[in-house]
Ligand binder design. Structure first.
Ligand code: SF4
Length: 377
């Protein structure tokens, strides 16, 4: 089993909160992009296809800006075997912005082998979408879902952002209602964070926008957790909920610490011990590949201790949690930390330690505390 990530860096504009590695372009240099990715793929050792691909994920950026033929070319090159297209056992995800999902595109993606689409919906409030600098309006989200289903792509995930500044008066309940009415198989919920060098950071620093409110962030997160659970969704990871049988297999591989190969600018690869990542900027990546140089920017090999802490962190992100004997005898938890359980942040089921939704809200500090505790036990 192997997992392939393909980073498509292009966007038509930068969203107000986004610090991803993107290249804003009116016209997508699709040929240059495909040539670069194919060349990088040709140097991957071993080639992803040689080990059989279980999941392929086109992320970005905005992969739905690529012409469908470009997606066909990359998929065929990544796995030229007879099962490359339409293989139901393989999860092939495309991140898409709603405005790119036309019936024609949806049919072409389906024919290419895409069987899962992650839609960047973010909100169903046109005022909020404008504030976010999104390029779609609310009506496009439902139209996109219908176009995908009409083309035979039923496995659809919606992204929503919560915890927006109070002044926007965003009606989170209404947005959840609208999302649930579309009955997606999967929802990803991300809290707004202020990242350096984004339009949002600049607005806040000059007082044009208030900073997001912590209480609102917590209330909306816990509210979504309750709502989705009563609607038969399982919050299987801190930011992700799915109907039964529709967890993201690709992202689940990351959280399980499995190896993966990444192609494209800023893409990361991991072999179980060493993490490597490519040059972030599209032009620098393109030039390196075109000149026959490695597009690798850097790499780090995790020590045993780093791997153990990472396993605890990734495990606690998921609903499965971690075993007390987390990663090695050195980090064995002999009993649940009582004060964390008393606060209602963790719970113990059998031999596993899990975060509650309240615990997920403070995951980083909780992991810090747990890993310090395991060191002193
Ligand atoms: S579409 Fe996605 S990647 Fe592109 S700017 Fe917006 S949030 Fe960032």
């Amino acid at each position: 089993m192997q997992h392939l990530y393909v980073h498509v860096p292009f966007c038509v504009r930068r969203c107000s909160y986004c610090d991803f590695s993107i290249a804003v372009r009116k016209r997508i240099p699709a040929n240059d992009y495909v040539n670069a990715v194919l060349k990088e793929l040709g140097t991957a050792n071993p080639a992803p296809a040689a080990r059989g691909l279980d999941t392929i994920y086109f992320g970005g950026g905005t992969p739905s800006l690529l012409p469908p033929e470009a997606i066909v070319t990359i998929l065929s090159a990544a796995d030229p075997g007879p099962t490359a297209r339409g293989d139901r056992d393989r999860e092939v995800t495309l991140e898409a912005n709603p405005e790119d999902v036309t019936p024609d595109n949806a049919r072409a993606w389906h024919a290419a082998g895409i069987n899962r689409v992650s839609l960047g919906a973010q909100s169903f409030d046109d005022g909020v979408l404008k504030w976010m600098h999104r390029s779609h309006d609310a009506a496009r989200i439902g139209a996109a879902v219908h176009a995908l289903r009409g083309a035979g792509i039923d496995n659809i995930s919606l992204d929503l952002i919560f915890g927006l500044p109070n002044e926007l008066e965003r009606d989170w309940e209404h947005d959840l209602d609208m999302a649930l009415a579309l009955r997606p198989t999967h929802l990803s919920l991300y809290g707004l964070t202020i990242e350096p060098r984004t339009p949002l950071e600049r607005w806040i620093s000059r007082g044009a926008t208030a900073a997001p409110d912590d209480q609102r962030y917590a209330d909306e997160y816990l509210d979504a957790n309750r709502r989705l659970t009563t609607e038969n969704y399982e919050f299987y990871e801190v930011s992700n909920a799915s109907l039964p049988g529709y967890r993201s297999r690709h992202n689940s591989a990351y959280w399980a610490g499995k190896p993966y190969v990444g192609l494209g600018p800023a893409a990361h690869s991991f072999d179980g011990r060493t993490r490597r990542w490519n040059l972030r900027a599209w032009e620098a990546y393109r030039r390196a590949v075109a000149e026959g140089r490695s597009p690798l920017e850097s790499e780090e090999t995790l020590t045993d201790e780093q791997r153990e802490i990472e396993a605890i962190y990734l495990g606690l992100r998921t609903v499965e949690g971690v075993p007390f004997a987390a990663a090695s005898p050195r980090r064995r938890l002999t009993s649940p930390p009582p004060h964390l359980a008393a606060q209602g942040w963790i719970q113990v089921t059998g031999d596993r330690l899990k975060c509650t939704p309240e615990g997920w809200l403070r995951l980083d500090s909780l992991v810090n505390e747990l890993t310090m505790q395991t060191e002193t036990q």
